[in-house]
Ligand binder design. Structure first.
Ligand code: ARG
Length: 414
């Protein structure tokens, strides 16, 4: 029997898929559950896969790989989709794809499978990533395939007929995806953009109004763009992110209500929680302000947007991404130092920045004694800076009585 490696979350869709794939394709299912910080009991998910009928069930701890090879590179890039979404779900998909392919190779499988629907971005990310890494592997997407016939009721009926445990507790009205970098929540009442997200939509953060009145301060240390310590304590990336999610979440930091443009042409409303991501991006940006030149900052902002789109649109494994990554790496050479952040009632504010490579020079900036800025040089500089404007005004605009920007014209004779 041919084998297929299924990305298994333990939810209803992928549980049904464990039965449905052998029925439809005559293939043997190997369930692969990747731990990216999902907070679930993964051993019981593994056992559930076997109970339902998977030939084999594997759990892989992908947390460190996720942080080192996906999250921190995205942080260094400053990748935030449409100025709002730190891309948690989008960053997890290429890693899950990679592990699907790796497992397929190890097990001699002919195909991989995932539980994404036909309306979202995730199907694109899985399909495109697998095609890039292993063009010979078939990709099966049961939920996308059965969309026409399998309604929610039918799915539950199918599950009951096949002895697949259906969650007895009233299921959350939302569709939720969680990993270390953030929590994504959509559907249900969130589909009405006029409706304020209800508290039940949130799982990681306290409402800012109920957060402590006293702020928390935390100092984040960066080494070439990578956060390495909190309040002087050196931490591995997974621990550092976990702690920050906790701390910033307690202060209501990291709630993002976003109406976003999906790759498949739909606008959708998603509520994210990303306390660590929001805090780390703010701190990292502040350190870049101090250590990058004006031109570097401007170029990098453009690259950041390109990389955010690449990640969102499922093109993680593209050569274009690789090229831009090399640029980002180069920009981070001096992004070393520490940033002090204040967390208070939903706000994350940078209140202090320090770097051994700071381009902020007090003796140039100060208005006090110790000023070493050459004031006389300003005069000549301004003269040349304004020369093209002066020339154009004299030769073209003033003789024609042209009104620049529709202001009343300045008469040469007063
Ligand atoms: N809109 C986000 C993205 O495309 C998150 C999707 C995650 N799914 C969910 N069930 N909320 O990356």
């Amino acid at each position: 029997m041919d084998k297929v490696v299924l990305a298994y979350s333990g939810g209803l869709d992928t549980s049904v898929a464990i039965k449905w794939i052998p029925e439809k394709y005559g293939m043997e299912v190997i369930a692969l559950t990747v731990d990216l910080g999902s907070e679930h009991d993964l051993e019981s998910i593994r056992e559930k896969a076997l109970t339902i009928g998977a030939a084999k069930a594997i759990v892989v701890d992908g947390k460190q790989m996720f942080v080192d090879h996906f999250v921190f590179p995205a942080l260094k890039a400053g990748a935030i989709y449409e100025g709002a979404y730190p891309l948690a779900t989008a960053l997890g998909r290429p890693l899950i794809s990679y592990l699907l392919v790796k497992t397929a190779r190890a097990e001699g499988a002919k195909a991989v499978a995932h539980g994404s629907t036909g309306k979202g971005n995730d199907q694109v990310r899985f399909d495109v990533s697998v095609a890039a890494l292993a063009p010979d592997l078939k990709v099966i997407a049961p939920v996308r395939e059965w969309a026409a016939e399998m309604t929610r009721d039918k799915e539950i009926e199918y599950a009951q007929q096949h002895g697949i445990p259906v969650p007895v507790t009233a299921e959350t009205p939302f569709s939720i995806d969680v990993n270390l970098w953030g929590r994504s929540c959509e559907a249900g009442v969130l589909e009405d953009p006029w409706t304020e997200p209800p508290e039940e939509a949130y799982g990681w953060t306290v409402p800012p109004t109920q957060a402590p009145d006293e702020p928390a301060y935390v100092t984040i240390e960066f080494d070439r763009g990578i956060p390495v310590a909190l309040d002087g304590e050196r931490l591995d990336g997974v621990t550092l992110i976990t702690r920050l999610n906790d701390l910033a979440g307690q202060h209501g930091v990291g709630r993002i209500d976003h109406l976003e443009n999906r790759l498949v042409g739909i606008k959708s409303r998603e509520v994210y929680e990303a306390p660590a991501a929001v805090t780390l991006h703010a701190a990292h940006q502040a350190l870049e302000k101090m250590t990058l030149s004006k031109d570097q900052m401007r170029t990098k902002a453009w690259v950041a947007q390109q990389i955010a789109d690449i990640i969102y649109n499922g093109l993680w494994f593209s050569a274009n991404h690789q090229d831009l990554r090399a640029y980002v790496e180069s920009t981070q050479r001096y992004v070393t130092g520490k940033v002090r952040v204040k967390l208070l009632k939903g706000n994350c504010t940078v209140v202090g920045v320090d770097s051994p490579h700071s381009l902020y020079q007090k003796h140039l900036a100060t208005y006090d004694t110790g000023d070493q800025f050459d004031h006389t040089a300003a005069l000549g500089f301004i003269k040349l800076w304004g020369l093209p404007l002066q020339t154009q005004a004299r030769v073209q605009m003033l003789p024609q009585g042209e009104e620049p920007l529709s202001l009343p014209s300045v008469k040469a004779d007063g």
